[in-house]
Design a binder for this molecule. Sequence first.
Ligand code: NAD
Length: 349
Amino acid sequence: MTRFVDVAALCRIVNRVGADRFLAGIATAMREDFRRWESFEKSARVANHSEIGVIELMPISDQERYAFKYVNGHPANANKGVSTVMAFGALADVETGFPTLLSELTLTTAFRTAAASAIAAEALARPDSHVMGMIGCGAQSEFQAIAFHTLVGIDELRIFDIDRTAMEKLRRNLLHRPDLKVTLADSATAAVRGADIVTTCTADKAWATILTPDMVEPGMHINGVGGDCLGKTELHIDVLLDAKIFVEFEPQTRIEGDIQQLPENHPVNDLWRVIAELETGRDDNEQVTFFDSVGFALEDYSALRYVQQLALELDEGEEIALIPELADPKDLFQRVLGSSTDWSGEKVA
Ligand code: NAD
C-alpha cells in the first residue's frame, strides 16, 4: 500500500509537531542530503511553459529512494482565486519501483523553500545578521519569515509589497511572535535599507528589477526566491555582477535563476560545497553574497522523506491502493476480472 498524505493530514502533522519543529526537521534532512550530494542522480527539471505560467516535473534519486514533484508557477492566479504555486509529489522504493508515498506538496514546498533559504543564509550571511528586508508578501512570505527568525536569528523584519493588503496579512500572521519585530515599509528601498539580509519573494512572469544596485549595501546577503523560471527574474544585472553567487544545481539555475541574465561562463559557486564544508561561503564581511534560489529536486526529496517519517511515526494520512496488489503479479487482468467487468468489457449487472 501507498501512504497518502493530503492537505488535511499534512496540517495535522505540522500542528502535532509544531511549525517551528517541522521547519527545523526539514532543514536538518536537507543539510544531511546536501552533504551527500554526490550520492544523488540529478537532472534539471522539465518545464512546460505557456504565456502566463509554467508546469514542471522534478525527479531525483539515490540508491534507496526515487522522488518527484509536480509544481506550477502562475503569477496571475491570485486574481482567479487560485494559488500561484501548487504542488504534489511522490517517493518510491528504488529496489522495486513501488510508490511508498503520495503527498500534497503545496504547503510542504513553502516550508522546504524557506528551509533552503535559511540553510543558505546560515552558510553565507554574516553571522551577526539580525535585520531582514523582505520584498513580496505573498503565500511564501510567512514561511520565509519564520525560517529566518527561528533558524538564522532574524529578530527584525522590514516588509514591502505593491499590494498593501498582502503586507497587512503578513504582519497579522506574525503577530503571535512578539520577539520578531515587523515593520511595514513604504517602498522596497526603505524595506532593505540597513538590512543584513534581503529576501526577494515576488511573483511576476517578467524581467523584473526588484533590487537595483543603489539598494545593495556592503556585506548584505541576498536571498532571491522569486526569480525561478525562464524569463522571470528579480535582480538588476549589475547586482549580480557585484555579488558572489551561489546556486543549487548549476545546469538548472543557468536556465531558471536570475543568473540567466549573465554570460554562461560567469563564475558561480555550489551551495552544497559550502554546506558540506568543502568551501567557504563569503570571503569577507564586506562582500555581497547572493543565493539564486530556484528550488531543486533534492530539497523536495528531503522534505518528502521527512513527511513520510512523521506520517508513519504519528500514523497520519492513510494507506491507499494506488498500485494493484496481485496474488500472481503476471495476472494483472485478473484484478479487473475479479471486480465487475466481463470478458467483453461490459459492466456485469
Ligand atoms: P504570491 O503570488 O502568493 O505572492 C507574490 C507577491 O509578490 C504578491 O503579494 C505580489 O503583490 C508581490 N509582488 C509582485 N511584484 C512585486 C513588486 N514589483 N514589488 C513588490 N511586491 C511585488 O507568490 P508566492 O507563492 O509567495 O511565491 C513568490 C515567488 O516565489 C514566486 O515567484 C514563486 O514562483 C517563487 N517560488 C520560488 C521557490 C523556490 O524554490 N525558489 C519556491 C516557491 C515559490
